[in-house]
Design a protein around this ligand. Structure first.
Ligand SMILES: O=P(O)(O)OC[C@H]1O[C@H](O)[C@H](O)[C@@H](O)[C@@H]1O
Length: 449
């Protein structure tokens, strides 16, 4: 039985009864493409069986490395961008809360984890260096290609810092997560003897959170990796049927495509728990890089509730009617607080006395769903029981398998990202990278005309 409760009752107004069954044949075809490898991008389907077929020896080595980091460091600096950043960041926030790094040591299961190499901002790096101060730290540099500019620059800077602080022992504090054979990072890891972990060839960056890419930083916070993988493994079993009556991940994929074809071209993923803010950022890369191509695709966006009801709420209620919402809801958040009685009741809130904040949050959710529905916004809800490692693993797999099916339903390759190179080439040319001279001249002319 599914660990996720998927509620599509609030799309009924927008989708006729016949529409989902009429998608079944297309979903069957998409399922065949995905499972039999007859679809585009078939070489990148390693994530399908990853939750059970992962490298067990490496998994054990990740746990050991995390233990060593917890012993000899106060902070782990994780360097990466895109799929080499978002998965670890979202999982750490999801499992530990957004103030994890500010908690006193005794309230944390592991080291503080900070992220670098996810922008080109020198000011951000400076802040990070100030945060580190003279405390002990290690670095986990992550790049599948091993050549991405942002993490490469950040790695140079933190490597230099490590060498200045620890001399020849610096190499013992560097963990490289990269391709088995290719790329500059692999070369450097081999040359300097860094402990290294492998990103499988057949798993793309945005599908890589359950590889060493996500696992080492997550383990450094003391989280239970076995439960995380178990959740994903169970989801892999639960979401294997191509029957839309039995597979909610596929049903979600089908409904997204039905809505998209009616003009609902923007999907907002939403949460009612700030711990899930970064989950939305991870989801946006998964959806956006998978589906936005060939001049089509749903635009993935996000909102954090109830916070954004006071900023974006107006637009969602009454703006252009091209939006639909997917709420990721937590049935039992890790904490609850009772609203106290106030004798004077000057704020008029005594009608809430004795109620819990989680109840109030639930009522907000119910009120919002009904209001937005009335305003012309289809809403789907993906509910997980709690914020455990198991539920997170399950949820990750739900969206991974859903977007793969959804992409095939829309006739694109859900596993490549050719468009990302365009700006990179221009940036290299404008920076004067050897080999890009001609393009550099052309762009400089265009910029100055
Ligand atoms: O892991 P890396 O090779 O450094 O790549 C990091 C990220 O950068 C790219 O530009 C891609 O669009 C992403 O899919 C990828 O996750």
């Amino acid at each position: 039985m599914s660990h996720i409760k998927f509620d599509d009752s609030k799309v009924k107004k927008f989708v006729h009864d016949n529409e989902v069954p009429e998608m079944q044949a297309m979903v069957d075809a998409a399922n065949t493409e995905l499972r039999e490898g007859t679809g585009a991008g078939a070489d990148f389907r390693g994530w399908i069986n990853l939750p059970t077929d992962y490298n067990k020896a490496e998994f054990a080595r990740i746990k050991k490395a995390a233990e060593k980091i917890r012993k000899d460091s106060d902070v782990l600096v994780v360097i990466g961008i895109g799929g080499s950043y978002l998965g670890a960041k979202m999982a750490i926030d999801f499992l530990n809360g957004s103030y994890y790094n500010s908690k006193p040591k005794e309230n944390r299961r592991g080291v503080q984890v900070v992220f670098a190499g996810n922008s080109l901002s020198a000011s951000y790096l400076n802040e990070l260096e100030e945060f580190l101060g003279d405390r002990d730290f290690s670095v986990n540099v992550i790049s599948k290609s091993g050549t991405t500019t942002e993490p490469s620059i950040a790695f140079r800077i933190f490597k230099d810092k490590l060498i200045k602080k620890y001399g020849k022992d610096a190499n013992q504090r560097i963990y490289a997560t990269t391709d088995a054979k290719r790329g500059a990072l692999r070369k450097e890891a081999d040359a300097n003897g860094y402990e290294s972990f492998i990103i499988p060839d057949d798993v793309g960056g945005r599908y890589s959170v359950l590889t060493p890419v996500g696992l080492l930083p997550i383990a450094a916070t003391g989280a239970d990796l076995d439960q995380l993988m178990q959740g994903a493994a169970d989801a892999a079993k639960d979401y294997v049927s191509s029957d839309l009556e039995k597979n909610d991940a596929y049903r979600y994929a089908a409904l997204r495509n039905i809505l998209y074809r009616k003009g609902y071209v923007t999907e907002l993923v939403e949460n009612y728990e700030p711990n899930l803010r970064m989950f939305s950022e991870w989801w946006k890369q998964l959806m956006g890089e998978s589906e936005g191509k060939d001049q089509k695709g749903i635009y993935p966006s996000s909102a954090n509730f109830t916070t954004d009801l006071h900023s974006l709420g107006q637009y969602i209620q009454e703006g252009l009617r091209n939006l639909f919402e997917t709420v990721v809801k937590v049935q039992n958040p890790p904490y609850n607080v009772e609203i106290p009685m106030d004798k004077e009741n000057l704020d008029g809130l005594n009608y809430l006395k004795g109620q819990s904040m989680n109840e109030v949050n639930d009522k907000a959710y119910e009120g919002v769903v009904l209001a937005h529905n009335d305003g012309g916004v289809p809403v789907m809800t993906v509910e997980i029981p709690d914020e455990s490692e198991y539920s997170l693993g399950y949820l990750i797999y739900f969206f991974e398998v859903a977007v793969a099916i959804s992409g095939y339903l829309n006739g694109i390759n859900p596993f490549n990202q050719p468009g990302v190179e365009a700006y990179k080439k221009n940036m290299f040319a404008l920076l004067g990278k050897p080999g890009f001279e001609e393009l550099g001249k052309k762009l400089n002319k265009e910029l100055h005309e």
